[in-house]
Design a protein around this ligand. Structure first.
Ligand code: DC
Length: 217
């Protein structure tokens, strides 16, 4: 059984997905981490541009495993590195690639096959799992999302400014919403939650109520 949580950066998807999965005893899939891992692998080659044949080679030459919240690229733990600014930026760029999306969608379906899983990303309810049991779309005002990301990065000791994050969020939103393949948009049957003025407990409560309403305890 699949529950999808989609939405823009900083809307609280990751935290909500993790907490909800724990509450209902589901596994959790962070699909953004997969795009980030591909971006990290591409960046490591030092190539100046990332065209489709190049990305095909990258995709064919790597393995990505998500293990208990850690991200393994070719067996090596890159959980921290994939959160760096440059990798974040390039993840948004390579997420427009057809070869990358095709491969990662396939890996996501394999990862979730016959599992109870909360799958979090941008296209989980629209493209990857259109028949999901329950779909959520989390959003929030850009200023609010930037503020949350800023605090998150500060906690991790990553040096940045609020304005820099807000600018990056706006750029990334535009790229995610306007790309040709699987643009960021709510599934027609998703429950849309604006989390701007909600704390995380409330978000989980609302999602849990909706799931219970559909028969899961
Ligand atoms: O959620 P995140 O910030 O870790 O995602 C990193 C990038 O990957 C972001 O620019 C959007 C993209 N992405 C996507 O296109 N589709 C997904 N299912 C998940 C992430």
């Amino acid at each position: 059984m699949i529950i999808t949580i989609d939405g823009p950066a900083g809307a609280g998807k990751s935290t909500a997905a993790k907490l909800l999965a724990k509450k209902i005893n589901f596994q959790f899939l962070d699909t953004g981490a997969m795009y980030r891992a591909v971006a990290f692998a591409a960046l490591k080659t030092g190539a100046p541009t990332f065209d489709e044949p190049f990305l095909q080679k990258i995709i064919d030459g790597i393995t990505i495993n998500l293990l208990e919240g850690r991200v393994l690229l070719n067996g090596q733990d890159v959980s921290m590195q994939i959160r760096a600014k440059e990798t974040t930026e390039i993840a948004g760029v390579i997420a427009t690639s057809k070869v990358v999306r095709t491969k990662l969608v396939e890996l996501q379906r394999i990862a979730a096959f016959e599992k109870n899983m909360v799958c979090e990303g941008r296209d989980q309810g629209t493209t990857v799992f259109p028949d999901a049991f329950c779909k959520f779309f989390l959003t929030a005002r850009p200023e609010m999302r930037a503020q949350r990301r800023f605090l998150e990065l500060q906690e991790k000791g990553i040096n940045t400014t609020l304005q820099e994050i807000l600018d990056a969020i706006i750029t990334r939103d535009q790229r995610d919403e306007n790309r040709e393949i699987s643009p960021l948009t709510p599934a027609h049957d998703a429950m849309i939650l604006d989390t701007s003025d909600m704390n995380m407990n409330k978000v989980i409560e609302v999602m849990h109520e909706e799931i219970q309403r559909r028969g899961i305890k």
